[in-house]
Every structure is written in C-alpha cells, then in structure tokens.
Design a protein around this ligand. Structure first.
Ligand code: 6IA
Length: 140
C-alpha cells in the first residue's frame, strides 16, 4: 500500500506562538505517513512566512498538496484564516479532517470549525494527549 499522505496545517501569519508544538506533532505524525507540510513547524518560518515564494505560489502549492493528501491534521488552537480556509477546502473534497484544539483562557473555537460535520475535533492539554489522540485516530 502506498504511504498515507498527511497534510498538517498550523498557523503562520495568524501567529507563531505554537510553532514548537507543531514541529513535535509533525515529527510524531511521520510514523503514520508522509507529512507534506513539514515546514509548518520550522523555527525559521516566522509570521512573515516563507522567503522566495510569492503568495500565489504558496497558495497553489499548498492547495495541490492538500488535494493529493489522504488526511488533514490541523492544529486549530491559534486562529488562522489560512488553516480555516484549508479545512473548508478539505471538507469540500471529502478528506478526513482531524482538528486538534488546546483550550486557552476559555476562548472558544470558531463555530465554523466546531460545527463543521466533516471535521473531527479533539481537545488536548499536553503533547502526551496529542500522541494518544493520534495513536487512536490512526488506529495503531
Ligand atoms: O493564515 P495563515 O498564514 O496562518 O495560514 C497558515 C496555513 O496556510 C498553513 O496551514 C499553511 O499550509 C498555509 N500557509 C500560509 N502561508 C504559508 C507559507 N508562507 N508557506 C507555507 N504555507 C503557508 C507564507 C508567506 C510568505 C512568502 C511571506
């Protein structure tokens, strides 16, 4: 069987406060398949984004990756227009969608995500929780 393709989505211009956690999630996800978006956890990538690519190049590259992926795992803790957009596209394309959410200061997740029937939402507090959730989700 071909290797499962995983699209990991996390905030970039929405804010980089969770980037260290993204890179840990990406590293953990690699045992379940090929992660197409490794750069999302990069500490070199700040909220100004990736150098050397125009926004429209980023848009087409990312949407192509999303289209070829089998499953999208999105960390939705930091509100990000881009992540919301990717979730909407993934829903339209009938992809499996797992959203990971760490509840901070009682701020509630957007109803457009928590109310989206195509998205499975899982709350976590620690990275240990994330690992357990991913083990369960990928059934291993
Ligand atoms: O709205 P945000 O920037 O927070 O959106 C983040 C999401 O959109 C991520 O899940 C990415 O898949 C995608 N995305 C947004 N910007 C980029 C990017 N560089 N590189 C890769 N993926 C991106 C941005 C900018 C730049 C050339 C200055």
């Amino acid at each position: 069987m071909a290797m499962r393709k995983i699209y990991f989505a996390g905030s970039i211009r929405g804010g980089r406060t969770e980037k260290d956690l993204y890179s840990r999630i990406i590293a953990y996800l690699q045992q379940f398949g090929e992660v197409l978006t490794e750069h999302i956890g990069s500490s070199q990538l700040d909220s100004s984004g990736e150098a050397g690519m125009t926004d429209s190049e980023i848009y087409s590259r990312d949407l192509n990756w999303l289209l070829t992926s089998d499953v999208i795992v999105a960390d939705v803790t930091v509100p990000s227009l881009g992540v919301g957009f990717e979730i909407a596209k993934a829903a339209e394309w009938y992809k499996r969608i797992l959203c990971l959410y760490r509840n901070q200061h009682g701020r509630r997740l957007s109803a457009m995500i928590s109310g989206c029937p195509e998205a499975e939402i899982r709350e976590y507090e620690t990275f240990e929780d994330v690992k357990r959730l991913l083990d369960e989700y990928f059934g291993e």
